[in-house]
Design a protein around this ligand. Structure first.
Ligand code: NAG
Length: 330
């Protein structure tokens, strides 16, 4: 009996030691390799934060009352260039229209535009007129370049937190995209309680890492991003999040060094907040619901996706009427 107990005790000690060693090796290994940025609460230097801080930029055109007296289920936030009027008009007539596409579900939209050059009074005049008619343009005084999309996205987050905290969800979505609004609304309604807070979904990239080749469009120097991997992030073409995240991401951006890739940057803020993006997909058959390829139009294929990318304004208008009719027959 004593012998039995002793052997049991011995095994127990050995097992605990083994566990302890494995935990510490794990910790050391993770710390040593710094694959991902740490979550230290160390604010950025003013110079750095200034680049992405919404306080740096001024609104030339704004609609601060879009959400006054209403609680939209979903707000589309659409980054677009000033000259892309046709893209905006196509969206206003299709997935971003004012008439509810799903009965009793309130959906709003806002376009985000930066400056083309130092100053462009003619474009601004056009935008002002367009904005008076449609009440859906925010025009900000940063230079609207690919590298500055991170600035635009942080303006969008700040705008939501400031002017539309009564919404349930927001979607950042590019202007060349088809959005299947009925599917998206149903999908969100079916997510339940857990999706009301710290929820962000789209096409998740789990294995991203910085490109060190200077000729790459996505080149990132070791100075700008020393770590060897990116945390999981949602592809920038279109992603949906619970409205609380707009404020949390804005807050996190005070601690996360800006990089010019807006979707990775949002991923870094999520990593800092310890929020995991959710991959929206189905199995059997496998489908990425936020489709990042362009798919040949087919009503039944499109009826099973939340977004499809790669549309010109006229292509979008062309498929829309068909889709509204034909999806019901799938
Ligand atoms: C981003 O916008 C700022 C503010 O307008 C501007 O000074 C800067 O040149 C822009 N950066 C790039 C890379 O376009």
């Amino acid at each position: 009996m004593l012998k039995y107990l002793r052997s049991k005790l011995f095994r127990c000690v050995v097992l605990s030691l083994a566990a302890l060693v494995s935990v510490s090796v794990n910790l050391l290994w993770k710390d040593g390799s710094s694959e991902l940025p740490s979550r230290r609460l160390e604010p950025l230097e003013d110079e750095q934060y200034k680049i992405i801080s919404p306080a740096t930029y001024k609104y030339h055109i704004n609609h601060p009352r879009l959400c006054e007296g209403r609680r939209p289920f979903l707000v589309f936030m659409i980054p677009v260039r000033g000259e892309d009027r046709q893209a905006r008009d196509a969206i206003r007539k299709t997935w971003g229209q004012d008439n509810p596409i799903v009965p009793d579900v309130d959906v709003a939209r806002m376009f985000f535009i930066g400056q083309t050059g130092e100053s462009n009074p003619r474009l601004e005049e056009h935008l002002r007129k367009e904005s008076e008619v449609h009440q859906d343009i925010v025009y900000v005084d940063f230079i609207d370049t690919y590298q500055n999309l991170t600035v635009k996205t942080m303006m969008i987050m700040n705008w939501l937190a400031t002017y539309c905290p009564s919404a349930r969800y927001a979607m950042k979505v590019d202007a060349d995209i088809f959005v299947n609004v009925p599917y998206l609304v149903r999908y969100l309604q079916n997510q339940g309680e857990s999706s009301q807070k710290d929820f962000i979904t789209g096409s998740v990239i789990n294995d991203g890492c910085p490109r060190r080749n200077q000729r790459s469009k996505w080149y990132l120097s070791k100075e700008a991003y020393p770590e060897s991997r990116f945390p999981p992030y949602v592809s920038g073409a279109g992603y949906v999040f619970s409205i609380d995240l707009a404020k949390k991401i804005s807050w996190a951006s005070r601690y996360v060094r800006p990089i010019p890739m807006e979707d990775v940057y949002v991923g870094l803020c999520l990593h800092f907040l310890d929020v995991q993006p959710v991959f929206s997909r189905t199995f059997l058959p496998y489908r990425n619901l936020f489709e990042i390829r362009h798919l040949e139009y087919d009503a039944c294929t499109y009826a099973q996706r939340i977004i499809v990318t790669g549309f010109t304004p006229s292509q979008l208008l062309n498929i829309w009427t068909d889709f509204q009719k034909d999806r019901l027959a799938c």
